[in-house]
Structure formats: structure tokens, C-alpha cells
Design a binder for this molecule. Sequence first.
Ligand code: F6P
Length: 336
Amino acid sequence: MKIGILTGGGDCGGLNAVIKSIVWKGINEYGHEFIGFEDGWKGAVENIARPLEIDDVIDIMPEGGTMLGSSRTNPFNPRHGPEKVEETFEEQDLDAMIVIGGDDTLGAADKFYERGLNVVGVPKTMDNDLRCTDMTFGFMSAIQAATDHLDRLRTTACSHHRVIIYEIFGRYAGWAGDADFIMIPEKEYSIDDVCHYLEKRREKGKEYALVVVAEGATTTEMEEMMAQDEETDEYGHVVLGGIGDYLAEEIEEKMDWETRYIQPRHIVRGGSPTAYDRVLSSRYGLMAIDLVEEENFGKMPALQGQDIVPVDLSEAVAEIKQVPLDFYEDAEYLFG
Ligand code: F6P
């Protein structure tokens, strides 16, 4: 078979390990031929691809990012048109395509499967917000980076008796955090809730605090302000209002407590994958190529317990996986 591979959406640790395991098993065990599309769906729309051989992938597992490049191009955006990808599929004489991505990239993969292309997906995202799988690769690497930052921030917050607000990626789901107070998009807060927790900590004699806030979290007061002035970006996402900055100002004013605001953004997403992500992404890659071999299309490998199992792409992209509130309550119990 001739198989195309692409990586779409925000990059994360483990993408290269998936590519390696697919190409490794696909060539060594099944004798398939591979091409890699450049920059996600953009390469498939514009038919920009290169052959992938064992030599290209042999050493890439520990490397962060993606050797194929990535973009946020969605082929169903009227500016591009899905027909372009279908033409590429024919021109390249492809038998199948393996699409590695998060909800947006895999949402497009699922639509192509519905339109008749032989597609298998692989679940990637540092946000861990894809359904049907216990874990997307990239998440553990990002969480480890964030934890290292928080350990460093704790010592400087302590020396300077400050509240440090750490605003981390996560538009719709807040799976991250190890702090004295955590704010996630799934929950409602008012600025008084935040101050209440911090005051309880101060009463215990603690003169510093760490607040971790997902970029998609808001307070009721902030939502009211945003409702008057809602803006969307080129992908149709609501432009978020800078929750970390807002919290830092409000806490400083309301509590007379010095604050600092940190936004690590892509620093948490970049870099080498952790051991966990190398193993998980390799296992996903091995099952993805088996699914192609079995012609079991419209599926993606998923982690359920200890097992990697095939699930329907349509199920996985039906909606975002959010944090169950009882998980949050466990964290909340330890706040302060
Ligand atoms: O890929 C997911 C993500 O990391 C989100 O958590 C974040 O909101 C977004 O990507 C940032 O996107 P970009 O890299 O396009 O700035």
C-alpha cells in the first residue's frame, strides 16, 4: 500500500515517535510505502509531500515537535475545499492516510472518511481534551514542564511574599495543575471565590501563593465584560480575555497582596517528550498501521485502562472531553 501521513494542529511531544513507529512497522513488517505531507492539512491541500524511509525516522523518537511540520489549516474551510485533498489522494495514488491530530484535525479526518477516503486517526494534543481515550500523547510532557515551572515559581513567590498567577494553555478543558488554587474552564468562579481561598491560605500564615489558571477559565465578572465585546479569531474561536492578567490586577487591588503574572504558553508545549509520551505515542503508531493493514478505517487507537483499543473517529470528535467535577473536587480538597 502507499500511505500518506500528516500531523496537524498545535505540536507536542511524541509526534515524531508516532511517525517513527508507523513507518518502522509499515515498512519492516508490511512492506508499505510512505509519504509525509508537509504542515498538516496544508500539505494535503497543496499536494506537498516527500517520501518517508526508515533512515528518515530511525533517530527521531526523542525529538520534540514534528519532522513533518504542522499548521492549523482546515481543508473544510471554504478558502481551501475538501476536493483539493481528494485530488491529492488520487494524484499521489494513495491507498490510505494516517492523520495525527487533535479535535480539529481529526474532525476533518472523520469527514473525509465519511466522504469515502481510507483514513485512520491518531489522538494527539497537550490539552488531553479528546474523548474515548484516557490520554492523548503530549499531555504528560506538557504537565511535567508546567510542574517544573511551578516548583521554581514556588520558591521565588515565597521569597517575595507574592501571589503568582500561572496561566496555562487549555481553552475548553483544564486538565493541568498543582497549586494553591486552580481555575478551569469547566467551573464557574467569581473573583470573591478566588480571594476567599487565598485569604484562607494567608490566615494559615502563608505569605505567598500559586494560582494556576487555564486560559479558557473566566470569572462571572469577566464573562459579563466579555459578553459585551465578543471577538473571534480566524478559526472561529472566541478570543480569550487574558484571565491571568485580570486576576493579578484584581487580587492585588482587593487583597493588598503583591502579584506577578506568568504566561508560559508554547514553552510548555515544546521540547522532548517524556518517557510516558514516547511509549504511548509509539503504541498508538503501532496500532494505527495495524488498522490500515486490516483496512479498518474511520478509527483511531485509544488508551482505555492499560490497553490500546480501536475507537470510532466520529465518537472521539463528537465533543470535547472535559474534566469531571469530582476530579476537581479532589484537587480542591488539597487547596491552601
Ligand atoms: O494545540 C492546542 C493548543 O496548545 C491550545 O491549548 C492553545 O490554545 C493553542 O494550541 C495555541 O495555539 P497556537 O500554537 O496556534 O498559538
